[in-house]
Design a protein around this ligand. Structure first.
Ligand code: NPW
Ligand code: ADP
Ligand code: K
Length: 475
């Protein structure tokens, strides 16, 4: 699934408007919206006829969509009441609603919102500036407290369409019906969680003229793209990972990273980390080798702490000409320039440090931050967290891994993810693909095994998940 910016959507809409009569796009949007709302009413109450819908109407075309959809619903016997909450409502939309038997209410006459079966959020769409005025925020809070299902028109009002930021109050939608193309904010947290189920209505836009901002992977694409071994692949064809991770202070990081590399399907793992980790690895992963030797991909940095020879260790691995993953503390030892075949795996705090900005700056605009990470280092960058973004040199479109549950956010998950990435890299895949595939595998596995599983246990489940995908493909 691809997502676009507001500026791009405006261009696409302008191009489409040349081809059709005035107002046609809004009519298509309203028609699609009314179908989804009617379906939602039927699913929740068993019928649409006789149900009550409250339409919150802002000053722009987003309110227009909502009012025209309200008119269609009113003609089907839905009792539609509209309330203007910002500026002056779309004149033709309001007239259409009233003509279809809908009513306009004064905001002061709203009363108990629990009498409504559904609220339609037509306050702000792609024309919205961050932040809702206080009285609107109060009303939105009342809707949430009343626990009435909400369908958002195009975007949940209050979220930032181009970044996914939610700087203040915003609508929390159960369903968002968007038009033409998906917007960036639908897919990035925290706005993603406020979007609910996303429904895309075709209004005749042609997105092929624009370069997508985001390319979101889904599970089937991940499973299809996984570097499955060929029948004759031996351990070297699958790829050898050299894990130089952990330290005497943090031996666990090296162990977690090794679990990731083994369970991500590496043909062999050479462990080059601290000796204190050897006994645990020998007991639990006796296939791990402790001798130095040839590898197809490096993994460095997790749990290094303040390693005295960190700079030299990274330089030697990069100079080998092989691809690699540089994680956590290793990021501080990177050379000024890295090749695209090296994957950096910072979380928001680490990327902020790398860029010399506040963590909040990364969190408020992760797309810009991950691109800046590439610009700064020359490497491929995986920004970890609740939404995991991958950017690489010379490519505008940022890839988005399949998201997973928040359970994964615990110490050591990043270390195992580094190992999973290195396994895919060793199999010969480019760094950006290794990042998306590994991050998605971890997320999909966590979703299938909810709960606070320790990262090394989750890594074992990753191997099971790969096995399940393999079986689906080889029945
Ligand atoms: N274009 C097309 O072809 C199609 C568009 N479609 C629909 O149109 C929607 C976009 O419509 P839109 O451009 O009218 O913007 P919209 O989001 O309704 O709001 C703008 C108004 O809100 C105001 N305002 C903004 N932020 C505010 C704030 N924080 N607090 C207070 N006020 C604020 C802002 O005021 P201003 O910035 O001018 O001061 C302006 O008056 C789009 O999302 C989709 O639903 C579909 O029908 C398909 C065809
Ligand atoms: N809210 C979240 N939802 C889903 N996954 C998350 C969330 N927060 C973190 N994660 C996952 O957990 C990992 C934690 O990585 P990181 O912070 O580097 O941990 P560590 O360095 O302790 O191993 C991330 O890569 C991501 O995969
Ligand atoms: K809206």
């Amino acid at each position: 699934m691809q997502a676009f910016t507001v500026e791009q959507v405006r261009r696409l809409e302008a191009a489409a408007t040349q081809e059709v009569p005035e107002g046609a796009l809004m009519q298509r949007a309203a028609a699609g919206l009314a179908v989804v709302v009617a379906g939602e009413l039927e699913r929740r109450t068993g019928r649409a006829y006789g149900t009550r819908v409250l339409v919150l109407v802002g000053p722009g075309n987003n309110g227009g969509d909502a009012l025209w959809a309200g008119a269609r619903l009113a003609r089907r016997g839905v009792r539609v009441e509209a309330v203007g909450v910002l500026g002056t409502p779309h004149a033709e939309g309001l007239a259409a609603l009233l003509a279809a038997g809908g009513r306009r209410l004064d905001p002061t006459a709203l009363g108990d919102l629990r009498r409504y079966d559904l609220v339609l959020d037509g306050i702000l769409g792609i024309g919205g500036r961050p932040g809702l005025p206080d009285d609107v925020a109060d009303l939105v809070a009342r809707v949430e407290a009343a626990e009435v299902p909400v369908v958002a028109v195009d975007l949940p009002s209050g979220v930032v369409a181009d970044t996914g930021a939610v700087p203040g109050a915003s609508v929390r939608a159960d369903v968002t019906v968007t038009f033409g193309v998906v917007k960036v904010g639908h897919l990035l947290e925290p706005a993603r969680a406020r979007t609910g189920r996303l429904v895309l209505v075709d209004i005749g836009l042609d997105p092929t003229t624009e370069t997508p901002e985001l390319d979101a992977w889904d599970v089937a694409r991940v499973a299809d793209a996984w570097p499955w071994p060929a029948q004759r692949s031996d351990k070297y064809a699958k790829g050898v990972v050299g894990v130089d991770a952990g330290s005497e202070t943090y031996p666990g990081a090296g162990i977690m990273a090794t679990y990731g590399a083994v369970h991500g399907g590496a043909g062999m793992v050479r462990f080059l980390g601290p000796e204190s980790a050897h006994a645990v690895l020998t007991t639990n992963l006796p296939n791990v080798v402790f001798a130095d030797g040839r590898v197809q991909a490096h993994l460095l940095g997790s749990g290094w702490g303040d390693r005295p020879d960190g700079t030299q260790a990274v330089a030697a691995a990069v100079d080998s000409g092989l691809p690699g993953v540089l994680d956590a503390d290793g990021l501080g030892f990177r050379p000024d320039e890295l090749p695209e075949s090296w994957l950096l795996t910072p979380h928001a705090g680490e990327l902020a440090k790398l860029l010399g900005v506040a963590r909040s700056e990364v969190e408020d605009d992760p797309l810009a931050a991950v691109r800046a990470g590439v610009e700064r280092t020359g490497a491929t960058v995986l920004l970890k967290g609740s939404t995991q973004l991958v950017a690489r040199p010379g490519v505008r479109t940022v890839e988005l891994a399949v998201p997973g549950p928040a359970w994964t956010g615990q110490a050591g998950s990043g270390d195992t993810l580094g190992g999973l990435c290195a396994a895919v890299l060793a199999a010969g895949r480019p760094a950006h693909e290794a990042a998306v595939l590994a991050a998605s595998l971890q997320a999909v596995t966590a979703a299938a095994h909810p709960g606070p599983l320790p990262p090394h246990v989750l890594a074992e489940r990753c191997a099971d998940q790969l096995g399940a995908w393999w079986q689906e493909r080889h029945p």
